[in-house]
Ligand binder design. Structure first.
Ligand SMILES: O=C(O)CCC(=O)C(=O)O
Ligand SMILES: [Fe+2]
Length: 180
């Protein structure tokens, strides 16, 4: 595939994922009981990042990791994995496999949305492991608010104690600088 073709495919995939992420934002808003359009509008101008991961086979998979344990720090992640398997999520105090399902996408809440929802939604701990017989690929779309956006709780989610609202006002850039 030529570079131009690759770029067009990338752009189209990115646009489709952006649209899907905005629809998921509406569902999350409904779940939280806030204005349905709140997060869709907040993330309309999101600066998203896409990454493709390639995990080669490994002779000693037990001694190695593809992607180490982490919680995504962006707002929402949409992951497509091939059918090899290797994504694990930490639930009930143990690592559990996220079994690949043909045509299915994995949606992960990131740290920014966990903050926006006042911790009602959590960013899950996950990792990717390797194996000795088949290489694996995944492509990941990370939705992030623009770095200068103020990450602020919806009025309905603000704790009522005095001064609490101010303490929740933080820009996405500040969140990143705290994480780095
Ligand atoms: O490749 C995977 O299944 C996981 C990748 C991942 O968690 C990430 O890129 O943040
Ligand atoms: Fe991740």
């Amino acid at each position: 595939m030529s570079r131009v073709m690759l770029y067009v495919v990338y752009q189209k995939y990115n646009e489709a994922m952006h649209g899907l992420a905005l629809s998921i934002m509406e569902l999350l808003a409904i779940g939280l009981g806030v204005d349905r359009m709140l997060y869709r509008e907040f993330f309309e101008d999101a600066v998203s990042v896409m990454r493709t991961n390639l995990y080669p086979t490994c002779q000693e998979p037990n001694l190695s990791l593809g992607t180490g344990p982490h919680c995504d720090s962006n707002a929402l992640t949409i992951l497509h994995q091939d059918l090899v398997g290797g994504l694990d999520v930490f639930v009930d105090n143990k690592w559990q496999k996220v079994r690949p399902i043909p045509g299915a996408l994995v949606i992960n809440i990131g740290g920014v949305f966990a903050a926006l929802s006042n911790g009602i939604y959590r960013s899950s701990l996950h990792r990717a492991v390797v194996n000795s017989h088949k290489e694996r690929r995944s492509s990941v779309f990370f939705m992030c608010p623009r770095a200068d956006k103020l990450v602020k709780l919806a009025e309905e989610l603000v704790p009522t104690s005095e001064g609490a609202q101010e303490s929740f006002r933080i820009s996405h850039g500040q969140i990143y600088s705290k994480l780095l």
